[in-house]
Design a protein around this ligand. Sequence first.
Ligand code: NAP
Ligand code: HSE
Length: 430
Amino acid sequence: MSQPTPLRLGIAGLGTVGIGVVRILRKHAALLEARAGRPVELVAVSARSREKDRGVRLSSYAWEDDPVALARRADVDVYIELMGGEGGAAKASVEAAIGAGKHVVTANKALLAHHGHALATAAEKAGVALRFEAAVAGGIPVIKALTEGLAGNEITRIMGVMNGTCNYILTRMYAADLPYEAVFGEASDLGYLEADPTLDVGGIDAAHKLALLAAIGFGTRVDFAGVEIEGIERISIRDIEHAADLGYRIKLLGVAQLTGRGLEQRMSPCLVPATSPLGQLEGGTNMVVIEGDAVEQVVLSGPGAGEGPTASAVMGDVMDIARGLVLPAFGQPAESLKSAPPARAATPAPYYLRLKLLDRPGALGKVAMALGEAGVSIDRMRQYGHDEATAPVLIVTHKTTRAALDQALEAVARTDVVEGQPVAIRIETV
Ligand code: NAP
Ligand code: HSE
């Protein structure tokens, strides 16, 4: 009987994720072969430094200094890009692999968010797979869920917490009553951070992921530029604590929905009910909530980053290829993906406001009047004790548009009873 043909892999990038993949390939060689019906073998690797001790033996694999050369090797069937970066070596090598007729697996959300449509088009023309499960929500098989398990649904909304670093920082600030700066370093020690951490705390990394899920869910071309992004850098421990007093948690929340006004994609700090699954999400865990017309709601949660979880997602893609499954990258042929205009304004929502009110007769009345004149209605309000001259006032509004709220806040700023800039954070219905 003839032996099954092995699937031969080349990995570029031997950092957190790359080494995780090497470890799985070594530890589970027999299990992978049994499941794929053929051996799954690593043949060649690439990184910047050949000398670095990476804690695993790499001498049995061919070494390439240049990832593009690795991507084109005749003995590589699947090129696995785990270097990162929106362009540079990652883009050049993925393009080279597709050009050479190799399947591609990557964890690189920046690359896909910026060049996903062109790469998917090229991969489909070449008849090869372009897979990126590990790029979104680490170990959670959310792309597989969307493209396969939920393929019979019209997707109505996708939302979630998709950056482990930010969720770690926000939940740890609350649990330990620590300021933002103090917990940032801890997230780094846990290996969650991107090489450029502003991608994490600035909301950009999570926005990359949301743009990819939106494209798959709504059958639209990836539109990263259309995501409204706000990071967590300005979230204070005071707001986290006040939100908790009102029954909420603050999360860096992504929301995407296709509306009559266009494709709405937002990645921003939001209040969510403390008792909701999203509100209860702790540490580096990610959660993606998918709503479809038939299934109603599916909630997926799991580790969003780190060596094992991310390598697990890479291997899921490799195993699909080993089994002969080649699907379009975004769940339908790239040429059939629609261009959806970005929605010009977010769906109306209630907002949390925090103001520092001066201790003067009629001060509260002036604020209420300014809000009311802009059409913003107050749902509930709480005033805390005065420090010397001011008192924090929390207001939860009824649903309003961001435009009306901004107009109201401008009017509030023109009164002479508020000190500093009011804080406004959207409250999301989850
Ligand atoms: P990392 O630890 O910084 O590793 C990057 C690796 O790429 C290093 O081995 C580096 O070589 C190599 N490299 C960089 N530029 C190269 C070049 N021009 N030529 C050859 N090799 C090059 O990064 P990581 O955390 O593993 O992340 C890899 C990818 O996975 C990124 O796209 C990231 O966004 C994504 N991702 C990461 C996680 C996570 O939890 N870490 C989760 C999901 C997705 P040297 O070691 O020699 O410097
Ligand atoms: N920096 C990312 C995070 C890694 O914190 O979620 C996983 O994509």
